[in-house]
Write a protein that binds this ligand. Structure first.
Ligand SMILES: C[S@@+](CC[C@H](N)C(=O)[O-])C[C@H]1O[C@@H](n2cnc3c(N)ncnc32)[C@H](O)[C@@H]1O
Length: 149
């Protein structure tokens, strides 16, 4: 199981996900361009000293990412046709989240084996990307038996 972020816009969210990645021993792929310099202090602040322990790969673009990570993609998207409680994860899955501003484009939706929405109350548009990733990662780790000992 790995997490992937498609062209993230907000440094603090990436730092929060880096910290999550380190805590659970789940690798993180960042598909660039990002909407901020990777040296942004908000990323460092949210990632704290944990970020140094994360297994992070940065990819110049979508093509470079797919070349190095051909595994099955489970895409988190507000337009998903599979509700998180119905999603069936496999240990090698890449759990991908879209950008804060635009989500993920159609070609990323097309490449995904599962397009997953996290059910919410009516009228609410979306969750923060780090929260959505954390909720889905917890379910994926539970299903695949990969919670740390
Ligand atoms: C702030 S949301 C993006 C909202 C964007 N305007 C859109 O229409 O996709 C950022 C990312 O968090 C994840 N996310 C947020 N809420 C979600 C939900 N209820 N179900 C699935 N993914 C969600 C998705 O990966 C989304 O691309």
């Amino acid at each position: 199981m790995r997490i992937a972020l498609f062209q993230p816009d907000i440094a603090g969210n990436v730092g929060t996900i880096l910290r999550t990645s380190a805590c659970f021993g789940v690798g993180l792929d960042i598909i660039e361009p990002c909407g901020f310099p990777y040296s942004d202090r908000k990323l460092k602040r949210a990632g704290m000293d944990y970020a140094a322990e994360a297994d992070v790969s940065r990819h110049a673009d979508w093509a470079a990412f797919r070349e190095s990570r051909p595994a099955r993609i489970a895409l988190l998207t507000v337009d998903g046709d599979t509700a998180l409680p119905d999603a069936r994860f496999e240990p090698g899955d890449i759990l991908m989240a879209g950008s804060e501003s635009a989500g993920a484009p159609p070609y990323v939706h097309d490449a995904a084996a599962m397009r997953i929405h996290i059910p919410m109350r009516p009228r609410f548009r979306s969750l923060n990307v780090a929260i959505a990733t954390g909720i889905a990662l917890g379910e994926a780790l539970r299903q695949t038996g990969n919670w740390p000992e």
